[in-house]
Design a protein around this ligand. Structure first.
Ligand SMILES: Cc1cc2nc3c(=O)[nH]c(=O)nc-3n(C[C@H](O)[C@H](O)[C@H](O)COP(=O)(O)O)c2cc1C
Length: 330
């Protein structure tokens, strides 16, 4: 049901952080995962090494970089290149493997934050089950299942491009653990709603929409890709409208919560995603350009909610007042 949002159009946006007298409730829930605010880092974009800039407990949750069951090297250099409105990366998910992760990095995350979400991946369906088994007894809030990894059983296409592929991965993990499962979808599909529904039917607690977009940058002097592995994942401000549309479409298709991700860099962006249907958000590239971005965004949410006349941020979720944007045929 849509609620009326009383936006005070006379109030000027201010860059100063305001003194807020009556508190706004920023809490949201992703299934049984309760979060003090809707902000968490996107996988691969924030780690405990940045805790001196942003105490992890300020965040609604932390999300680890995708972990594979076995140790993997990443892609060859160059792994990152800046573009006009975003960033291309082909880091290639280097992974310490589940044993070294559990005895090292995971403990650092757990020391700093209440909700630790571990992102898991696999190049084969079975690999997802192995890492889920390895982590089943750990004290973590949720697994984020990254179905954007290339699936080597099916010619390297991401598992997340097939509803059946997503169902197999999610159902299999569901049979291994009762942990809440966030399923992180790839944007490179013709119907994100269909894939999100497949994840929901297979037992997902929430879907994360979305991973990076496939992109290319060319060095015109040597006529080669600017990235060592060829193409990469495009992220940052340019993808925000694309991700917003995907979030809206996914939220229309499922009853489970949607986590918005793509190009978010301000509190206003967060609110846009909530209105479009997200319950929580993840922030990636903004942290690379402004390491304190998430802290500033969280501080700005409360005064912004005041200006929007909402006492609970969750009142904004899914309140987009428009006919379905997907009918726009232009
Ligand atoms: C350097 C880098 C590494 C990333 N590593 C992962 C990863 O390991 N797993 C994953 O699911 N997404 C990964 N992502 C994608 C982000 O989590 C996020 O989906 C994407 O960057 C879009 O959000 P943004 O526009 O806020 O950056 C990575 C992105 C970047 C830029």
């Amino acid at each position: 049901m849509k609620t009326e949002i009383g936006v005070d159009k006379t109030s000027e946006p201010t860059t100063e952080r305001e003194d807020v007298s009556s508190r706004v409730d920023l809490a949201v829930a992703l299934g049984e995962v309760s979060m003090a605010n809707p902000v968490m880092p996107a996988s691969g974009c924030f780690g405990p090494e940045l805790a001196h800039l942003l105490p992890l407990e300020q965040l609604g949750a932390v999300v680890t970089k995708t972990v594979f069951a076995v140790e993997r090297a990443g892609n060859p250099a160059h792994r990152l290149t800046e573009t006009a409105f975003g960033m291309l990366n082909s880091v290639g998910i280097p992974s310490p493997g589940s044993e070294r992760f559990r005895n090292g990095l995971l403990r650092q995350y757990q020391a700093g934050s209440g909700n630790v979400v571990v992102s898991v991946g696999g190049l084969f369906t079975q690999e997802y089950y192995t890492i889920a088994e390895d982590l089943a007894d750990e004290d973590i809030a949720a697994l984020e299942v990254n179905v954007s990894c290339p699936n080597l059983e099916h010619g390297g296409l991401a598992i997340g491009t097939s509803p059946q592929g997503v169902a197999d991965v999610v159902q299999g993990i569901r049979g291994i653990t009762d942990l809440p499962l966030f399923v992180k979808l790839t944007p490179t599909v013709s119907s994100i709603g269909e894939i999100a529904k497949a994840a929901e039917d297979a037992g997902a607690t929430a879907v994360t929409v979305s991973n990076s977009f496939s992109g290319l940058a060319v060095n015109i002097y040597d006529r080669a890709s600017a990235l060592g592995s060829g193409a990469g994942g495009y992220t940052g401000p340019a993808v925000k409208p694309l991700a917003l549309k995907l979030v809206h479409d996914a939220a229309q298709a499922v009853d489970i919560p949607v986590i918005g991700c793509g190009g978010i860099s301000t509190a206003e962006d967060v609110i846009e995603f909530l209105i479009a249907g997200a319950t929580a958000v993840q922030i990636g590239t903004a942290t690379f350009t402004r390491p304190t971005a998430m802290s500033e965004i969280i501080a700005d949410l409360e005064p912004l909610c005041h200006r929007l006349n909402v006492s609970k941020i969750s009142e904004l979720i899914g309140t987009l007042d428009t006919p379905t944007p997907s009918r726009n045929l232009s």
